[in-house]
Design a protein around this ligand. Structure first.
Ligand code: FE2
Length: 475
């Protein structure tokens, strides 16, 4: 890591008013600039940087930012008193759950999945009540499934809602908790209003990094966020369960907007979600649900998407498809996954879906590590030709802890009809120094960043913002 950059990072955080965090930050150790680890090295971050952030650095953001959100002006303050209550929408006895997350496994224009986490001191009621914003009283209710949270006393409550109206705001509350939230179904089309999402990866060496980056992208009011792996850095190890507590607490405090809308999260798997990082590091590796859960217990329990088998596709109406892939962590690239990907891409190309974005952890065209690394090579040999054949224009990557945008690449060369690879995963981690001299790199920066993607009809716009809100790249 570059000492020069670290000096700049210090300046960034001082500017951000986070001096207290820096005092507690690990020693900078500026001797590793020329380090070029191979793909398959487990890529552990330095031990000290993976440690949980010290107490004050993962403190909740200031009091008022997670206070119960008042109902918006379109609704009467006394709506609950006026309206009949469902018997299963009990009187609240607590303020808010330990975690709340929205995601999807089916079409986001008409469905949603809401998770909330409860601790051993909560009542753990499983009721969920919701309604369209503006309607009187709770219109609908559901009962959450309850799942164990790995290596934790928490449990996960999960409801899956179907048959919702596209482009509609819903208000909800859950269990015994008083705070009300919103979710918004995605629009049925994007011809009139743009859809905006934020993309990145490698989210948390320190909770305060995650927090500041979340706040920077929330300035763009994204409809959702996608993260291409290396999330809480649990490494599949039981003693790291608490990292997820910080991760969910930080996201609860920063990915809910001012009027209570929970910004959904979609994730792909990275090496730091997996014991020993990679499929090939296990003699007993097997393509079964049980084996994958045994090496990535948190990932499969905590996230409904992608779920088993670790890769999945999500169609937003007929205008966008997101594809989460597994770069050799709990599934090999070659074989079943690549065959599945070929079918998915062919179907979307035949259907004329205008926006198709794969996202995955290990980059095809890395900006820091060696391009000849085993997994990068597998991605270039197996997936890049499919992307090119089926008209994919952008792929989101992570893992190298830099910002990079490649030139469009076709058949291993720069070509205007090729695929642009955007990465390399520096949402909330110590960054590394990208190599801007590589033939495929169009733009590189050593900075925390999120990519704000705006889709309007068939048009795409990209803006890359730093944790301080600086625009690093735009096209
Ligand atoms: Fe990684």
């Amino acid at each position: 890591m570059s000492c020069t950059w670290r000096t700049r990072t210090v300046t960034r955080y001082l500017l951000a008013g986070l001096g207290a965090m820096l005092i507690l930050a690990p020693p900078l150790g500026c001797g590793d600039k020329k380090e070029q680890p191979t793909e398959d090295s487990r890529e552990p971050a330095p031990e000290d940087s993976r440690e949980p952030a010290p107490e004050d650095s993962h403190e909740p953001v200031p009091e008022d930012s997670h206070e119960p959100v008042p109902d918006d002006s379109r609704e009467p303050e006394t709506e609950d008193a006026q309206a009949p209550e469902f018997a299963d929408c009990p009187e609240p006895t607590a303020e808010e759950p330990l975690a709340v997350m929205a995601t999807w496994r089916k079409d986001p224009t008409t469905t949603v999945i809401i998770d909330w986490h409860v601790g051993p001191d909560d009542d753990a009621l499983r009721s969920f009540c919701y309604k369209e914003v503006g309607a009187e009283g709770w219109q609908h209710s559901a009962q959450a499934e309850q799942h164990a949270s790995p290596h934790s006393e928490r449990s996960i409550h999960r409801v899956s809602l179907d048959g919702l109206r596209p482009g509609t705001e819903y208000r909800f509350r859950m269990g015994e908790f008083e705070r009300r939230y919103k979710f918004t179904t995605m629009p049925g089309d994007i011809d009139d209003e743009p859809l905006v999402f934020a993309a990145g990866g490698d989210t948390m060496h320190w909770a305060v990094f995650l927090e500041t980056m979340n706040k920077a992208v929330m300035e763009y009011n994204p409809d959702f966020v996608i993260w291409a792996g290396d999330l809480a850095m649990d490494d599949g190890e039981p003693e790291r369960a608490h990292l997820w507590d910080y991760w969910f607490e930080t996201n609860r405090n920063t990915l809910i907007n001012e009027d209570g809308r929970v910004v959904p999260i979609l994730v792909a798997i990275g090496n730091h979600e997996v014991l020993d990082g990679y499929y090939a590091n296990h003699d007993d590796a097997a393509q079964t649900d049980d084996w994958r859960e045994s090496v990535a217990p948190y990932f499969y329990a905590l996230f409904a998407f992608p779920g088993q088998p670790g890769y999945n596709v999500l169609d937003f109406g007929d205008y966008m498809t997101l594809i989460a892939l597994d770069t050799e962590h709990t599934n090999p690239v070659e074989g079943a996954q690549t065959e599945w990907l070929a079918g998915v891409l062919e179907e979307r190309a035949d259907a004329g879906v205008p926006h198709v974005f794969p996202f995955y952890h290990v980059p095809a065209y890395p900006s820091y590590r060696n391009k000849s690394g085993r997994v990068s090579t597998l991605v270039r040999e197996n997936w890049a030709p499919l992307f090119e054949e089926h008209g994919v224009k952008y792929a989101f990557e992570g893992h190298d802890h830099t910002y990079k945008r490649t030139h469009p690449i076709l058949a291993g060369e720069v070509h205007p009809e090729g695929v642009v690879y955007v990465g390399d995963g520096a949402w909330g981690v110590w960054t590394r120094t990208a190599d801007p001299e590589r033939w495929y790199i169009a733009r590189a920066e050593d900075s925390l960043h999120g990519v704000i993607v705006s889709l309007h009809g068939s048009e795409r716009h990209f803006r890359v913002v730093s944790n301080l809100g600086e625009v690093l790249d735009e096209w």
